[in-house]
Design a protein around this ligand. Structure first.
Ligand SMILES: Nc1nc2c(ncn2[C@@H]2O[C@H](COP(=O)(O)OP(=O)(O)O)[C@@H](O)[C@H]2O)c(=O)[nH]1
Ligand SMILES: [Mg+2]
Length: 398
């Protein structure tokens, strides 16, 4: 991957491999905002779009923004026309993809070479009014992690879509809400391709989009705390034509299902259970050693062996189960903090365990062993979930 650019208007090199955005720009840079513009056969639109964007952004960000056109080797040579605009618009960078195809991956490839700390996506066909960009930027400056241009809030809308198109669009949204409520329900217009997002929110997350709906991927896999929306009217296309066909609808469903599967952390949970099993072995063996070999008291043996098992579990979970989340939290201090939190969560789990056994046995008259088994299952799930949510989160609160 390289960000060498614009000497002789050269094209950007296309990143290869996984679609992961790095946590930092390739080199220190004054750029704040990087907007990816996916194009396919947009030769008639590209100059107008670039000139409008630069006209709007120059007074606000001067030379602290960049526009990254990612063209999929359009037969109308959009990439070449874009390249010819670079001398006039030095903020412009152009990538020509030969091997890969698709709107969403084009956007991510653009972000991978981006130098800013805020990323954007906008269509090249002027259906996304450029002026809205400044409002989105304002929302980011006020603290939003994600600012979405929406057709479905006040001041938003579509120009003159027929009833069929409106139903199709809403139908797609309802389907999305059913399959992925936590993602699709976060914003009023989850199908929008016009938004800004902070680098921090998606850096290091393996993105894996299919088709058109890059925003789903950003919300689904990103770490989005604060999200704002700005209304806009989706304009009619003046030049060129839409590339949407029935295929994109199928891809949308495929994308929803793929996200659904990957957001259920099945593999992580299985790892957690495996680690728990090693903990049990450690706990029992040490308890045996302390009691019978060294003759320590019952309570002391129980506490000591449980604590060693907790440390054992912590080490494996930190290194393996939650590796992707613990790795970015560098340093011994943070490691130690995680260990303490893990202890606290396990202790809370133990209290919950005792409470549940009592409620099940004394109040609900469940068999003692059944009560204990239910409690173990609930507490395992509790430990897993609370650790995932509180403990190994990538970004810290406050
Ligand atoms: N790089 C790239 N851009 C694409 C591709 N398909 C569409 N686009 C661009 O994505 C934007 C939206 O596409 P469009 O067909 O207008 O979608 P619609 O507005 O939903 O009808 C436009 O800028 C297109 O040029 C693709 O396969 N690769
Ligand atoms: Mg369009």
């Amino acid at each position: 991957m390289s960000d060498r650019v614009n000497l002789n208007n050269s094209l950007l090199l296309v990143p290869v491999g996984s679609l992961i955005v790095p946590a930092h720009p390739p080199a220190p840079s004054p750029i704040l905002l990087s907007i990816a513009i996916p194009t396919y056969k947009e030769s008639q639109n590209i100059e107008t779009l670039v000139s409008k964007l630069c006209y709007l952004l120059d007074p606000v960000l001067r030379d602290r923004y960049e526009l990254i056109i990612v063209d999929d080797d359009s037969p109308d040579r959009t990439w070449e026309i874009a390249q010819s605009l670079i001398p006039q618009y030095p903020q412009l960078r152009v990538m020509r993809r030969i091997e890969e195809r698709g709107l969403s991956t084009a956007v991510v490839r653009g972000w991978q070479v981006a130098r800013g700390f805020v990323f954007g996506a906008i269509d090249a066909d002027l259906q996304h009014p450029p002026e809205i960009l400044l409002q989105l930027w304002e929302e980011i400056k006020k603290g939003a992690d994600l600012a979405v241009a929406s057709r479905h809030i006040e001041e938003g809308g579509v120009s003159d879509w027929n009833i069929f198109r409106r139903i199709l669009s809403r139908g797609a949204q309802i389907l999305g809400l059913t399959i992925l409520p936590g993602v699709v329900g976060r914003v009023s217009d989850p199908m929008s391709g016009y938004f800004l997002v902070k680098r921090d929110a998606i850096a290091g997350k393996p993105l894996d989009p299919i088709g058109y709906k890059i925003l789903l991927e950003v919300i689904g896999r990103g770490d989005i705390r604060c999200c704002r929306e700005v209304g806009y009217i989706f304009q009619e296309r003046q030049e060129g034509e839409s590339k949407v066909t029935a295929k994109q609808y199928l891809e949308y469903i495929q994308h929803l299902l793929r996200l659904r599967r990957s957001l259920w952390p099945v593999e992580r949970f299985l790892r957690f259970i495996a680690v728990g099993a090693t903990g049990l072995v450690v706990d029992l063996s040490l308890f045996y050693l302390l009691r019978t070999e060294w003759g320590l008291g019952l309570t002391r043996s129980a506490i000591l062996s449980a604590e060693v098992a907790i440390i054992n579990n912590f080490l494996w979970n930190d290194l393996w189960t939650y590796r992707d989340k613990s790795r970015p939290q560098k340093g011994w201090k943070k490691w130690f903090k995680r260990l303490l939190k893990f202890n606290a969560i396990c202790l809370a789990g133990l209290i919950l365990n005792v409470l549940l056994v009592n409620i099940l046995y004394n109040l609900l008259h469940v068999n003692e062993y059944a009560a204990k088994l239910i409690a173990i299952a609930v507490v395992t799930f509790w430990n897993f979930w609370i650790n995932l949510k509180l403990q190994w989160r990538t970004t810290e609160i406050g």
